[in-house]
Design a protein around this ligand. Structure first.
Ligand code: SER
Length: 326
């Protein structure tokens, strides 16, 4: 039987790509998109839902007979530092609502995204293992690490099949990130295609783990479809795609846009990035549910540039018209 899925945060960077992917796989009518405001693109099966409102969540779950929840709504790392207690409050209230609604309404499976932000000073920067000590340094990271423990608790105590990955920075042409430390890795491609210079808010050598959107979506669906007995890690799985620094991605873009100019003006996000891993060891994901990333640097850069060129052309704006209009 096909699942009936509720997606929270369906308008976000990941949600706006994952929701159509879930609809393509399980049927449009079986995937209920939800967010604080409606956005074009969801002609049907969209509900306004603030994930911090448990009674509204219960109402939506009952209305559609929801059997799975993909809980994507959260405040990310850089935005989170502007209001740490609010970030903790919103991220935790929303997750605990999802878990409580799941317990009370008999939801079968929950997807909970965690992040490389759970790692702090104690974790090795290179090839960070899944079981490294977690001492996150941002409100977002603290909420994600606590959320992993709650996921594990609800599985152990109530048998809710909560599954989770620690996403690295997600890079896609389909949607814009909002409020993250890894956002530069999407912005830099837009600037290149618009023939504009880019000023990066991280240092040129600040290597971080990243993943191409298509790999991130495939990982999520593969994790959720894996046999239950294969899911041995009930806090969260490290997930690796590739790793690069701003200088490296700039050089890769300059192979296609030789005149592309990148300068550096590190801000408070640099301090966050400095404590996050450079690279991730994801062998438990590979062993338990056969995770294999596909996109390496060259293919990622080529795909991003080609798809963004098509996107800007479809908007009937040439890159130069766009930059003069911007
Ligand atoms: N991309 C996220 C952020 O930068 C990491 O989870 O906050």
């Amino acid at each position: 039987m096909k699942p009936i899925i509720l997606v929270t945060g369906a308008n976000g960077q990941l949600g706006s790509v994952l929701t159509p992917a879930l609809r393509a796989r399980y049927g449009t009518d079986n995937v209920i998109a939800s967010d604080l405001l409606p956005l074009p693109g969801y002609e049907s099966r969209f509900e306004i839902l603030d994930a911090t409102d448990e009674s509204r969540m219960t109402e939506v779950v009952r209305q559609y007979g929801v059997s799975q929840i993909y809980h994507l709504a959260a405040i990310l790392s850089a935005s989170g530092e502007k209001a740490p207690l609010r970030t903790w409050d919103i991220n935790m209230t929303a997750l605990l609502n999802v878990l409580e609604v799941s317990r009370k309404e008999g939801i079968e499976k929950v997807f909970y995204p965690s992040s490389i932000a759970v790692f702090g000073e104690s974790a090795p920067l290179e090839n960070t293992p899944n079981n490294a000590f977690l001492d996150p340094l941002t409100a977002y990271g603290i909420s994600k690490a606590a959320g992993e423990n709650w996921a594990k608790y609800y599985f152990a105590k109530f048998g809710i099949d909560v599954r989770s990955v620690r996403y690295p920075g997600v890079i896609g042409y389909q949607s814009d990130p909002g409020g993250g430390t890894t956002d530069y890795a999407v912005e830099i491609f837009h600037s290149a295609v618009r023939n504009e210079p880019y000023t990066c808010f991280l240092e040129p050598g600040e290597t971080l783990p990243m993943i191409f959107m298509d790999d991130a979506i495939r990982a999520t669906i593969e994790l959720m479809e894996a046999p239950k007995e294969n899911i041995k890690e009930r806090s969260s799985y490290n997930l690796a795609g590739l790793s690069f620094s701003p200088a490296e991605v700039a050089a890769a873009i300059q192979k296609h846009y030789p005149d592309f100019n990148v300068s550096y003006s590190p801000d408070s996000r640099q301090a966050i990035a400095a404590k996050w891993p450079d690279s991730i060891n994801d062998s438990p994901a590979r062993d338990d549910w056969n995770w294999q990333p596909q996109f390496k640097m060259e293919e990622l850069v080529e795909t991003m540039l080609t798809k963004l060129q098509e996107k800007y052309a479809a908007k009937k704006l040439t890159p130069s018209q766009h930059s003069s209009a911007a």
